[in-house]
Design a protein around this ligand. Structure first.
Ligand SMILES: [Zn+2]
Ligand SMILES: [Zn+2]
Length: 301
């Protein structure tokens, strides 16, 4: 099998396009695709400081690698941050991987912890919960706030996360089943009007290609899943989409394009009401933000 771009030995067959690519041309294509997504939605502007959220999993390390390469030839800087949820025996390994990776590539890096920010580790929160909120939903509320806090602390203009195309499709289907159309409007990737932009530069790249990029570039990453992982319906949807794609190459791309159009349409019809939380002063849609609500619930005060 010969690479369609350079005549070297091909190592990757891109089913939906019919291309065969060598390792170098494959990596190039991923970099170019991420760059196109970034410029299409004006995700990063000149002189921006980009806060790159890194968990230590494959997606976030691929994102960090790609943004680090781009920052050498473009006018923006990056700063990597990780969140320590307080999961004994799991998070430490991931943090070590990220720390070494950043040291090797001379990337600025800082760790923020749930314990310091919320006075609760994830473990403690899970012990305190009375209802059957899933661990991922509790953790997700804390994590978003922690990344916001991290970005403000380092004075970043943008928060970048490693969500890939599969994540976007899964979220879309989860939102579809919940009946909440406002959440579909929020999925549109153009965040250029927000003060602190939240961007997903890998959102147009298949998860399987992120995995291949990580392997072919020898990127280190944690493979062990979080011991509290409880994704509910997301796992079923992931498997469903993968089985569709294996019989109909490119169907994920088609669905992504539908989401773009739908979310743009829905986004225009929703005026997001912005208020500030009465307890912590962070931006929220009600009187009390989701983080303060949850902490009050957990601590029973
Ligand atoms: Zn090639
Ligand atoms: Zn609050």
């Amino acid at each position: 099998m010969i690479c369609n771009k350079c005549q070297n030995q091909a190592v990757y067959s891109r089913k939906y396009s019919g291309e065969n690519l060598c390792s170098e041309c494959f990596s190039d294509s991923i970099l170019r695709k991420a760059a196109r997504t970034i410029s299409k939605y004006k995700m990063i502007k000149n002189n921006d400081l980009v806060c790159v959220c890194v968990s230590g999993g494959k997606d976030s390390l691929v994102l960090l690698d790609i943004l680090n390469k781009m920052s050498k030839t473009h006018n923006f800087k990056i700063f990597a941050v990780s969140i320590d949820e307080g999961i004994p025996g799991y998070r430490d390994e991931a943090l070590k991987i990220v720390e070494n990776f950043c040291a090797e590539l001379k990337i600025k890096y800082k760790i923020f912890s749930y314990k310091k920010l919320f006075d609760l580790t994830l473990e403690e929160s899970l012990d305190l919960r009375k209802d059957n909120n899933s661990s991922c939903s509790i953790c997700g509320i804390f994590r978003r706030r922690a990344f916001d806090h991290a970005a403000k602390t380092i004075n970043a203009d943008v928060i970048a996360t490693g969500h890939n195309l599969d994540d976007v499709l899964q979220t879309f289907l989860i939102n579809t089943t919940s009946g909440d159309t406002s959440k579909i409007g929020w999925m549109h990737p153009d965040a250029s009007s927000n003060k602190l932009r939240k961007i997903k530069p890998l959102s147009e790249i298949y998860e399987s290609e992120i995995v291949f990029y990580a392997f072919t570039n020898d990127l280190p990453f944690q493979t062990e899943p979080c011991p509290h992982m409880d994704e509910g319906i997301r796992t079923e949807i992931r498997e469903f989409l993968n089985s569709l794609e294996s019989n109909h190459s490119g169907i994920k791309n088609n669905m992504y394009n539908t989401i773009l159009k739908l979310s743009q349409f829905t986004n225009q019809s929703i005026q997001k009401e912005k208020r500030t939380c009465l307890i912590c002063g962070n931006e929220c849609t009600g009187k009390i933000c989701s983080v303060c609500n949850m902490i009050t619930d957990l601590k029973g005060k």
